[in-house]
Design a protein around this ligand. Structure first.
Ligand code: AVJ
Length: 313
């Protein structure tokens, strides 16, 4: 068993800098990557268990049903690289099918990543596991020296790519292309455009878990940036914008109010929105055009119940 952990702390205080600049902007916004503190990770898991949010369940069902076909299309690989691996559960299915010698997992939440990757390495004694605690959107080049040579497969499941507007998605996929190397491949899962009522329901579950997930961002700022948000004075508001092809999540101020964050004061007028997430939805041809412009030719694709997995390389 081999397990290596490296932490790449952000060069500057990202949360504070990003939140203060996002609150100073108009309209106000905070990047969705900051949802995932410990409580946020728990709430996201609970979202995935809600009947309205089929995304993760459908992807796992697709991966289970089509695994032999997917593994055959990928062929032999020496190393799987998973950005945003989190609990390192999803990649296990691919490890079982592909038997690579190396696994490299990356995540901004470095402590939970290290624990999950170490647990995984105990279950896969022949596998060399490397966990890199980093914000891969900024620092992915720092991961390159940690990758063994050979055939690399970048695995980016869960429609995480949907958090990036098309230009940023193209840029991230281009960096993946560079990281993968000449023989590299990319296996990526994303949510497809579908009936807007279904999309709407997925981000407005009846149990209110998505609302709690969105509002938890304010609690996080209260704890970590010495802020004084009153979550009861903000409303979770999520809707599908068919023109832009995305779910938009907002926290709408229910009152005229001032909030202090990290020693600075911000004013919210009644009805003003704090934008917290974009979740883009694609047609499969739309997505393959984005990937193509990032240097990835499409090799194969699989679809199930409004979700797609595509293989590039
Ligand atoms: C983790 C980005 C795929 O956009 O559906 C779930 C996050 N936000 N409910 C998504 C999320 C609200 C999720 N992704």
């Amino acid at each position: 068993m081999s397990f290596t952990f490296k932490n790449f702390p952000a060069a500057h205080d990202d949360l504070r800098v990003d939140v203060l600049s996002g609150l100073a902007a108009s309209p106000k916004s905070i990047p969705p990557k900051y949802f995932y503190d410990e409580q946020g990770c728990r709430l996201f898991e609970s979202i995935c268990a809600q009947p309205e949010y089929a995304l993760s369940r459908t992807e796992q069902a697709l991966m289970a049903a089509r695994l032999p076909d997917i593994a055959a299309a990928i062929g032999p690989v020496d190393c799987i690289v998973e950005p945003g691996a989190g609990d390192c559960i999803k990649v296990r299915r691919l490890l079982d099918a592909l038997h690579p010698a190396n696994l490299v997992v990356l995540d901004i939440a470095s402590a939970p990543l290290a624990a999950a990757a170490e647990a995984l390495s105990r279950d896969y004694p022949a596998l060399a596991v490397t966990a890199l605690g980093m914000d891969f959107v900024h620092d992915i080049e720092a991961a390159a020296p940690c990758l063994p040579p050979g055939r690399r497969l970048i695995y980016y499941p869960g429609s995480s790519i949907g958090n990036f507007p098309p230009d940023a998605a193209t840029a991230l996929l281009a960096r993946f292309r560079h990281l993968a190397g000449t023989e590299g491949q990319l296996l990526i899962g994303f949510d497809l455009k579908k009936d807007p009522q279904r999309l709407h329901a997925a981000y407005n579950d009846a149990a209110g878990v998505t609302a709690a997930f969105n509002l938890n961002l304010l609690e996080r700022l209260n704890h970590e940036l010495d802020a004084d948000f009153d979550p009861a004075r903000f409303r979770h508001y999520a809707f599908y914008n068919p023109t832009a092809g995305r779910i938009e999540m907002h926290l709408v101020s229910l009152a005229e109010q001032d909030v202090n964050v990290a020693g600075q004061r911000f004013h919210f007028s009644l009805g003003e929105t704090l934008h917290t997430e974009h979740s883009f939805k694609f047609r499969s041809d739309e997505f393959s055009a984005i990937a193509k412009s990032a240097g990835w030719p499409l090799k194969a694709e699989w679809e199930q119940d409004g979700f797609a997995v595509q293989l590039y390389g």
